[in-house]
Design a protein around this ligand. Structure first.
Ligand code: URA
Length: 244
């Protein structure tokens, strides 16, 4: 998506550049901290064009990349969802060429031992939007659990499980494969609480042994190899961003 010539409201520009949420950017503008081409602007409706205008916050230039990049990574086990780690542990940033994508960051997180679809973007506003509970973005996980899952447990997973941070929203849960000792479940949730799938499965008596995220909104992992990443196509970006 090429935004370099798009005329957009100042608060949208700032939010997209990752300064803060759109609402917080409005407050920053009203506080007189933003200038456009050297002149302080406090008018929220002011339009700017990335290619033409120089936008500064507190005297520091805020750049909006010419094009917004969204990457999909198939995260392997053993990587922290972080761009750096003070203890030099393996991070997802080790798997993408960060110098080619300045300002890129992961959208949400997967646990260290969860594999699968993890998005990255340079667009702070998009990142916030995709994670906001109001947006109800469906995420589908495949979970290997010990034992054979009863239909009662499936119903509980679907209707809501009581966790220490409250009952979960309605979900979709189905068995996709059974082996002698284990079951592969497919679970689709739209919330994004910490370790949610593991905690939901624990709560119904089926601890997770393996967990993979296979889809995020309209996007699927497809045949992307573990440890590999790719840029989303223009069509995928449009599908993901909706009316944005
Ligand atoms: N739910 C979990 O329990 N772990 C993840 O990594 C993602 C969702």
């Amino acid at each position: 998506m090429d935004y370099s010539q798009e005329s957009m409201r100042l608060q949208k520009y700032l939010a997209r550049a990752g300064v803060a949420s759109r609402r917080a950017c409005e407050a920053i503008i009203l506080a007189g901290r933003v200038s456009v081409n050297g002149a302080v602007v406090t008018e929220l409706g002011t339009k700017v064009v990335s290619e033409r205008d120089t936008v500064e916050v507190d005297g520091k230039v805020v750049l909006l990349g010419d094009s917004q990049v969204i990457l999909m990574l198939n995260k392997p086990k053993g990587y922290l969802t972080s761009m750096s780690d003070p203890f030099s542990r393996a991070c997802v940033s080790d798997l993408i060429p960060t110098d080619r994508y300045p300002g890129i960051f992961p959208v949400g997180r997967l646990d260290c031992n969860t594999t699968g679809l993890l998005l990255f973007t340079t667009d702070g506003e998009l990142g916030n939007k995709l994670l906001h509970p109001r947006e109800h973005v469906d995420k589908t996980y495949h979970a290997l659990v010990a034992g054979h899952v009863s239909s009662d447990a499936l119903r509980q997973l679907e209707s809501g499980v009581v966790l220490e941070d409250g009952i979960t929203s309605p979900a979709k849960a189905e068995v996709i494969k059974k082996t002698k000792k284990n079951t592969w479940l497919s679970l689709t949730i739209h919330e994004g609480r910490k370790r949610q799938v593991r905690r939901m499965c624990d709560a119904v008596g089926f601890p997770v042994k393996e967990l993979q995220r296979v889809s995020f909104g309209p996007l699927s992992l497809g045949d992307l190899k573990q440890g590999s990443y790719r840029e989303l196509t223009a069509v995928e970006c449009r599908e993901l961003c909706g009316d944005k």
